[in-house]
Design a protein around this ligand. Structure first.
Ligand SMILES: [Zn+2]
Length: 191
């Protein structure tokens, strides 16, 4: 047997190992440690997990963000305007924020400006909501949660605050607003 890089015991074997992805589990054949249960995943294993996850017809996790009631009301109004269910609208915001906005050259400044503005506008009591997500968005949330050192739930809260603030803002974020409206129209047609 090989030596485990985690616990340094000679207890690494090849066989079926179970990986947790959100609330789901996936079993694959790989090297794992019988001592500490750590699994050594190869690039090929990651591809297998992606293939499985992307093909899943169900959500893999449900997050429970706390949102200001003012932002819930505003987002319900926008969801309706774009012909989306509320949870779909939240997913559209999260995808747009993580996939499109983070690519902006001035993202760091934009992020702190818009979030500060939004925190002032949507200053009200908070309420717990439920946001179920599919594999692809789950992976994006995980990635940014790690980079920003936040919980996935906080990433959703931030994405929604950013996007709704951009929609509500007058002249201050015209370019982002136009980009997001276009994105919502495409998202709405695809869903
Ligand atoms: Zn080990």
């Amino acid at each position: 047997m090989e030596i485990c890089v985690q616990c340094e015991k000679e207890t690494v074997v090849f066989g079926p190992a179970t990986i947790k992805v959100g609330d789901k589990e996936f079993t694959l054949e790989t090297e794992y440690c019988q001592g500490c249960d750590s699994v050594g995943l190869t690039p090929d294993n990651f591809r297998q997990i992606d293939e499985w996850g992307n093909a899943l017809p169900t959500n893999v996790a449900e997050f429970q963000p706390y949102l200001p009631t003012k932002i819930i009301a505003a987002s319900e109004r926008y969801a309706k305007q774009f012909g989306l269910k509320w949870a779909e609208f939240v997913k559209a915001c999260t995808t747009f924020y993580l996939v499109e906005m983070t690519k902006e050259k001035e993202f760091k400044i934009l992020r702190s400006e818009v979030l500060a503005e939004g925190t002032d506008i949507f200053n009200s009591a908070k309420q717990k909501v439920y946001v179920p997500v599919r594999y692809r968005l789950f992976k994006q949330l995980q990635l940014f949660a790690e980079v920003w050192e936040l919980h996935e739930t906080n990433v959703i809260e931030e994405a929604l605050l950013f996007c709704v603030t951009v929609l509500e803002s007058g002249m201050s974020h015209e370019a982002e607003k136009a980009e997001f409206q276009e994105f919502l129209e495409k998202f709405s047609m695809a869903s």
